[in-house]
Ligand binder design. Sequence first.
Ligand code: SAM
Length: 248
Amino acid sequence: MEEKDWDAVAATFEEDIFSVPAHDRLKQIERLLDLHAHADAMAADVGCGVGGALPMLAGRFATVHASDISSECLAVAEKKYARYHNIHYYHADLAGPLPFPPVDLALCINVLLIAKRAKRQAMLANLCNAVKPDGHLVLVTPALESALYASHRLVQLNEDKGMKPAVAQRKAARDTTGLDMGILYMAGAPTKHHLKEELADLLEEQGMDVLAIEKLEYPWAFALEEAPSTMEPPMPWNWLAHARRRKD
Ligand SMILES: C[S@@+](CC[C@H](N)C(=O)[O-])C[C@H]1O[C@@H](n2cnc3c(N)ncnc32)[C@H](O)[C@@H]1O
C-alpha cells in the first residue's frame, strides 16, 4: 500500500487494520520494552499508524518519536494520545533517513510490507540506523511460515466440510506469483512475509545482533475468514524479532 492508501484508511484504521499491540495476549512486546525501559531513555515507534503502541512506549520512556508516512494516521494518533506530552510526531517515509536522533529502542510493527526489495531494504537500513549503537530494535513482520501453515489448516477445514482432497486444496489455493520471494496478496495488496532465518540474515547484514526471534500469535479469525471461533492452536503468528545494534 502507498501513502495515499494509508491516508485513506486512517479514519477506520482500528476496524480495518489488524492491530498487533491490541492482540498481544501474552504481552510479549511489553515484556521486551520492559527490558530496555528507562526514565532517561528515548524510544521510537516507526510506522506508528494511528498509535496503537504509543501508550506502552510513552509510559516507559522519557521521549518517544512517532513517525509514519501517512499524515492522516499521524493526525488520528496525535489527537487520540494528546494526553502524552512526551510524544513527538513526524511525517516521514522510512525509505529515507528518519528526522530524529538515534534512539535507545526502536519499535516497528508490520511496516516492512512493501513488495519491492530495494525499497524494503532501504527501509530496514534506515530503521537500523535509527537505533543507537548498543540500542535495541523490536521488529514485527508477517511470517511466511504462518501463511503456509494457514493454507494447510484451510484445506483441513474444507475437508471437514466434506470436500474431496483435490477440491479442498483447490478452494484453499492462493495466488503464488510471488511466493518464492515471500510475497503474498493480502486483501489484494502484495505483502512481504519473512521467513525466520531470512529475517535473522537481513538484520545481521544491517549491523544488528539478533537476540531472539519468537512467534507472536494472533487469533485465527485474522488469518482465515472461514475460521470457526473454536479453531484450535497452533495459532497463526507474526515474527517478533529482538536485536541489538552492534557498535561500529
Ligand atoms: C499495518 S500498519 C501498522 C501500524 C502500527 N505499527 C501498528 O502496529 O498499529 C503499517 C503502517 O506503516 C506505515 N508505513 C507504510 N510504509 C511506510 C513508509 N515507507 N514509511 C513510514 N511508514 C510507512 C503505514 O502508513 C501504516 O501506518
